[in-house]
Design a protein around this ligand. Sequence first.
Ligand code: GUN
Ligand code: ZN
Length: 451
Amino acid sequence: MSFNNGSPSSNSGKLTAYRGHVVSPIDRATYKDIPEGVIVVDENGLINAVGKWSDFQRQQFSHVVNYGKQLIMPGFIDLHIHLAQIAQAGRSGDTLLGWLTKYIFPEEAKFASVDHAQHRANWFFRELAANGTTLASVFTSVHGKATDIAFKAADAFGSRVIMGRVFMDTNSPESLTDDPQKALAESDDLCSRWHGKDNDRLMYAFTPRFAPTSTSASMKAIGELWARHPGSYMQTHLSENIDEIKWVAQLFPSCKNYLDVYHTHGLTGKNSLFAHSIHLSDDEKALLVKTSSSVAHCPSSNFFLKSGAFPIREMERAGVKFGLGSDVAAGPEMSMFKVMRDAAFMQSVDWLSPAELLYLATLAGAVAVNKQDRLGSLDAGKEADFIIVDPTRKSSVDPELLEHPAEDILSNLVYVGDDRMIVSTYVRGKAIYEAKQAETPGALNYGSRVS
Ligand code: GUN
Ligand code: ZN
């Protein structure tokens, strides 16, 4: 196996070399492991080459950034997160429907204030970057202005997002109940102005919250609008909680099952993304596959709200496309390290390898949103969305860990990883987050504190 994506690059334009230990998924089971590696990034923020530094060291670069033994990995892809819920993370007290009423709806109503929306958007995008997430699929709230503010904040910060204004026009508190015509017009306008901006760094997703808070007429209209914006996305929730599923059956008695509600309203297909999808029938799984729809598996959220367990091997066998989502605030943390760990812990019998979990948190997410040609791994021709990771920045980690084989390091990342391990986050070759320099690495910090 060769780890080079092609030969050392021809010298066109300005090239920056990032040296470090390159770890990047190839597929579910395998990954590139180049201990003294390099990724070469061109002036457009695309990866020009990946390989061993010894094959490149005689080449001229505009800059060489040497991260030593620290890891260079693709940034995380979080397929499902709620910007407007960030302040409610960790508020536990009920299962889905009660939790929405008690904690979430009052919080989302605050986004009618543009000052509030601005403050929260700034906080949200900084946090995403600090956690090493380089693409997130984001729900905002039912507020057009707040969603516009969120896009502006993402644009200014340099984040990559798929994002959309939430749509709810029935069974919702008054403060969050949309006038459907206004909601459609605002969604249409937001998509027209933001989808595809900066060469697809910013993308739009039509975002009906879930079937219980949508009328049949509004879902149909959203489906038609989505079809009029080629390349845009549709995101919603599906089959998360048993009471929710029973409610959907009562509300839409003529539909065969929960997914059929979305399907009959034109909301399945390529670029549709369904969060949770825990309790699906075989027919629903087959329909996801047939329509090329994708799923965001959100294990931390499923634990938090006692929603149930995602049948990961069944979904795989059925051929459903899925990656991972934090689902903040039902998921208590944005860190995809925690989400990987929870995905592993959720399976009470099946063992998921660290390599597979890394794949699920990166390349599988790119596949789920049909962007695997550009995102999800470190390969020539893809966007330079990468993170620098140093596990020894966490004081409980063996300070010698980076001397170990990649297999050990990956296992540590999955089971003890958190945001302290993120050194830098790059989107399209631009550093959008750099951690403060630790005085001394890892456990030695502890030593200096007690001395
Ligand atoms: N179903 C409908 N809305 C939500 C939400 O905000 N979070 C979760 N986890 N499930 C939902
Ligand atoms: Zn959600």
